[in-house]
Write a protein of this length. Sequence first.
Length: 397
Amino acid sequence: MSRLPRLDSRAAAVVVTLLLLGGTLPVADGMGPASLAVAGALSVSGGLALRRPVTAAALTGGVLTLALGLGPAHIGTGILASPLAIAALAAHGRPRLAVAVALWHVASPAAAEVLRGVHLDAVLAQTIGWMTLQVAALLGGSWGRAQVQREVAERARAESELAEQRRAIARELHDTGVRAMARVVMLAESAPREPGEQHRAPLRRISATAREGTDQLRSLLEELREEQAGPASATAPAVATRGTPSPTVAEEAPLAEALETLRGRLAGDGFTVHLHAAGAEAIPGGPGAVVRRCLTEIEENVLRHGDREAPVAILVEIEHAPDHAPRAATAPPGLGAGVDIIVLNAVDDDRPTALSGGHGLTGVTERLAAVGGTLHTERDGRMFLTRLAIPALTDAA
């Protein structure tokens, strides 16, 4: 169990000790040294209970037990050291010890009264009242601990949600604006300073890519502003809980169209692409958003590290789930088929940048894990294989 914040302080312990001493010493002073010793010890024990409840409980029990042989002694407000120790033990998560100590503290005064010849009815009434006070202290300490635990859990949950929100925002910035701006840089570097007729197509792609990145960043910023404007409603998009903003118009396109767009972009950058995507048209727009976001990162890796002299193979396999198959709670609504995509491309070893996973593939792994999917990458010589897989899911409960 996680450690709770300290509920005590030296100043509070000193204040409690002084209050107990002030309430009991004036009367105990007139009843002899024994009463003074008992009152002083119990008052110190009451203050100590806030910092060392086990020690305070033992000291209180010892004083009450020794008082059996001292004869009549004034205890006064010092007796409150016992419920203070009981409550502190319960608050520190030691309820069994608190119960045992409570029984000890109840039995000692009762035995002292019996030895002094007090009538049994009076002893019973005093014992019941004393037990009631101890039970109240035990319940109060347990309630206080539960309140603190609830606050600690709420704080941990809030910190976890904020951390997930930061990770989600980082993924979105990488998958949208950062990716698009990176393509702008790559395309700009490939264009000469004085463009001719043959260079106008690359420059048009630069313009389209920059416009796409700007639109995506604007959409993301608008959503973040909506999240900060007030509490999220049941239907509002939630970056912290889903990790993916509401899909844009382009992301609502069917998966088959997204694959064809991927093929077109790679072909436009000089790659020969062989696409086999039978059945991809069965995946509608909304549910396939996760897959499309992953495809954009795969596209970026191919553009950055791929050899344009070698063909790129994209193989897509769609596995439809049976009607009775259970649907995972983390799956996007409506994703009723498993998706298995393999991208195989050659690596251009002449490029100055090294082939590495980077933050983009980390974001892909997180996205796929959220829907029960996996990402596998492997390099064999000059060939680099990327495979993403999402198991077959249905909407059936």
